[in-house]
Design a protein around this ligand. Structure first.
Ligand SMILES: [Zn+2]
Length: 448
């Protein structure tokens, strides 16, 4: 057990203490696997997330998301919600249990190998939803719609299921995963293309907020049907998709679409280099591929019943979480996109019994509550209260966890004015700052 830090609970609320967080470190060695097998199953991100108690495996491809992992996923979910709602997306929740008849009607039931199928006690067949085009169209078909009701954009953020042949790389290829899936309905092709382009812009915003370089490439439609699609990728060695980069114009394309080593953008020859990517988002124009069999229709100006034009848009949120870590981290230390780190600021008070300890207690409260008044880090500050450990040891662990800002109450808190040791972990900067300068630094870091 860790010694509890002596802090009084102020009227501003509780100080969040690291010692109270359920974060089991991986002390039990992983079951004996050959080196090669381990390489196939694990990646930098899955190893770090497992070892540092962010996720734990329950069975292959199924994971417990622990408190720090959920904090990060919830932040990512909020960013997705804000982006989707800013373009008129309305949040819904479709059932996870999908009547198999719907997939028989669309003709996909035998096409998709990765379906989880199950029966209820009346022997009715269901599938665990991997995607919800059928459900969305069936919903629309249940009522009459005027051409004035469109565009309509519905989305959900829920767990999806795929019976993966080889689950691997932790949350990057798992059997259960959290996905944002969105379905748009328009009255004609031109309007559907307008919606497609608006959503594509919001995807770019979403990835820009995360601050990770992404590559948008034309995609193959595959089992979704439809005539136009784009994939969004993060570059990573462990990626399962092969992308092609033109070293002349730096444009990325999908390998399947490039013929004879000619860049489709700048038309230069022999400048294409293969690279690996993790697919983190996908958009499709589906036309009437689903609206037709389901009679998802609207009544036009002349009173005619017409099939709606549909698009669908996916973002794999748990995969984005893991792929971000994969992209930013070193083998030893996690790095998060700043907006989704489980906590933004870690404060490390002095070791128990040190000369600094008596000064630190009142400083800590003041610092904590002043930081808590900064909008971007509000309720996002953690105190490493394990004061039986040295500052150095806690600092190493804090960096390993990748908290974007670590504030150490070190020996310079005895000086006048008091100086705090700030570690800007993502920026690789260490600097001693006075109280007000420290607050300014952190505030500005989130307003850049
Ligand atoms: Zn080019």
């Amino acid at each position: 057990m860790y010694k509890q830090l002596k802090t009084t609970v102020s009227k501003n609320g509780n100080i969040q203490k690291l010692s109270r967080i359920f974060q089991p470190f991986n002390v039990i060695p992983m079951e004996s696997q050959t080196k090669q097998k381990e390489k196939e199953i694990h990646s930098k991100s899955s190893k770090l997330m497992l070892e540092l108690g962010i996720i734990k495996q329950s069975s292959p491809g199924c994971f417990n998301l622990l408190p720090l992992g959920i904090r990060a996923l919830e932040k990512l979910t909020r960013i997705a919600d804000e982006e989707m709602q800013s373009i008129g997306g309305q949040k819904v929740e479709f059932p996870t249990l999908i009547n198999e008849k719907l997939w028989t009607l669309s003709g996909r039931v035998n096409e998709v190998k990765e379906l989880f199928k199950l029966k209820d006690r009346h022997a009715h067949s269901y599938i665990l939803g991997p995607t919800h085009e059928e459900i969305a169209c069936e919903l629309l078909s249940q009522s009459q719609h005027s051409y004035k009701d469109f565009p309509l954009i519905l989305y959900q953020i829920t767990n999806k299921f795929r019976d993966e042949l080889k689950p691997r790389l932790g949350l990057i290829r798992s059997k259960q995963f959290c996905m944002k899936d969105m379905y748009s309905f328009d009255i004609d092709y031109e309007k559907a293309m307008e919606t497609y382009s608006i959503v594509s812009d919001s995807y770019e915003n979403f990835f820009n907020i995360l601050g990770i370089e992404f590559h948008k490439v034309k995609g193959a439609a595959g089992v979704m049907g439809g005539s136009l699609s784009h994939e969004y990728h993060f570059s990573a060695e462990i990626g399962e998709d092969t992308l092609v980069r033109c070293s002349h114009c730096n444009h990325f394309t999908n390998v399947e679409l490039v013929e004879e080593n000619i860049c489709p953008i700048c038309k230069e020859k022999n400048q294409l280099i293969k690279s690996k990517g993790i697919e983190v988002g996908h958009t499709f124009f589906l036309g009437d591929r689903y609206s037709k069999p389901f009679n998802a229709n609207f009544i036009n100006k002349t009173g005619k019943n017409i099939n709606l034009q549909m698009c669908c848009f996916g973002l794999g949120l748990t995969r984005i979480l893991a792929a971000s870590i994969e992209t930013l981290s070193t083998d030893q230390e996690i790095r998060w996109p700043k907006p989704i780190a489980p906590y933004s600021v870690l404060i490390i008070p002095p070791k128990a019994g040190s000369k600094e300890e008596p000064i630190a207690n009142s400083l800590l409260e003041r610092l904590y509550h002043s930081l808590d008044n900064i909008q971007h880090v509000k309720k996002d500050i953690l105190v490493d209260d394990r004061t039986d450990l040295t500052i150095g040891r806690r600092n190493i662990q804090g960096k390993k966890m990748g908290y974007p800002f670590i504030i150490v109450l070190g020996n310079r808190i005895k000086e006048d004015p008091v100086l705090f040791e700030l570690h800007d972990v993502n920026g690789g900067i260490q600097v001693d700052l006075a109280f007000e300068d420290l607050l300014t630094y952190i505030n500005e870091a989130y307003n850049k």
